[in-house]
Design a protein around this ligand. Structure first.
Ligand code: GUN
Length: 284
């Protein structure tokens, strides 16, 4: 089985960003800047956000984290976002999800300027994306497409199954695979007999949000398996995905590990998006 090493792909893509960032700096007297907003004290989210900042700095970009108390109001959050929208030194804005229950991601996505939408999740960005027009694209599914391309996995004509229908992963993933000429089935938590679908697929992208949900028996021989899951406590406290990776050896053709598969590529796409947004805004 080919292990689809997301760190390897990330290293290559991030290295290719360095000269672009140098060129931006030479022209604009500052590097591209990403601002990350996090609300509350969810430990895992804080780890992800710190990793994003470290990744920015490693490629020569700068990053600020706005860490807000869990009881901030929607108005206060929106006001901060408006300030960041107006701040010429900010190229990308990312609000880490999930938010505390009293805050609305819908409000956030309406407020962040599409010109600074590092996540590719505002409705303007998604509109362009689903209409097939160039734009920043959602980071996780775009990272998956970059992994497939790097390992020369051509999905054209494949039967692909996506498990999960979120706006962040499942829906855009299904669209990207369709763009790449796969025949896509989108399954979700209400799908009956999920395994009947996944077992027919040449490629399965699992973004179900359930630790170790699928294993060898759910995939056909020589399937390509992409695991988008990230769970801190699903496997004796070890980080694990939605797939029982250890069962796939000798069965799947290729699969992404967790950690070290899709996760690093999500961050790498975020860096690409931020760089692109900075370059576009500087041209105006
Ligand atoms: N939480 C988990 N994944 C993501 C992501 O890609 N973007 C944001 N903003 N929050 C997330």
């Amino acid at each position: 089985m080919l292990v689809l090493d997301g760190k390897e792909v990330s290293g290559k893509v991030r290295a290719s960003l360095v000269p672009r960032i140098e060129a931006f700096k030479a022209r604009n007297e500052r590097p591209p800047h990403l601002t990350v907003v996090i609300v509350g004290d969810d430990k895992a989210s804080h780890v992800y956000v710190r990793n994003k900042k470290i990744a920015c700095e490693k490629v020569g970009m700068t990053s600020t984290i706005h860490s807000l108390p869990a009881d901030i109001t929607q108005n206060e959050l929106n006001e901060l976002l408006e300030t960041l929208n107006q701040d010429d030194a900010v190229d990308g804005i990312l609000v880490q999800f999930p938010l505390p229950a009293h805050l609305s991601s819908h409000e956030v996505l309406k407020t962040v300027s599409p010109e600074k939408d590092a996540d590719g999740l505002t409705y303007t960005s998604l509109g362009y994306f689903f209409a097939g027009q160039p734009t920043v694209r959602p980071c996780t599914p775009e990272g998956v497409m970059t992994i497939l391309k790097h390992f020369n996995i051509n999905v054209e004509g494949m039967r692909a199954v996506v498990v999960g229908r979120s706006n962040i992963v499942g829906k855009p993933m299904a669209h990207m695979l369709t763009e790449a000429n796969a025949t896509v089935t989108l399954c979700h938590s209400k799908t009956k007999n999920l395994s009947e679908y996944t077992k027919q697929a040449d490629l399965v992208v699992v973004a179900a949000g359930k630790a170790r949900l699928l294993g060898k028996d759910d995939f056909k021989k020589d399937a390509v398996v992409i695991d988008v899951g990230m769970h801190g406590t699903g496997n004796n406290g070890k980080l694990c995905g939605d797939v029982r990776f250890e069962e796939l050896q000798g069965w799947a053709k290729a699969a992404t590990p967790v950690p070290g598969g899709v996760g690093p590529m999500t961050i790498t796409t975020l860096l690409q998006n931020t760089c692109l947004l900075a370059e576009k805004r500087a041209l105006r």
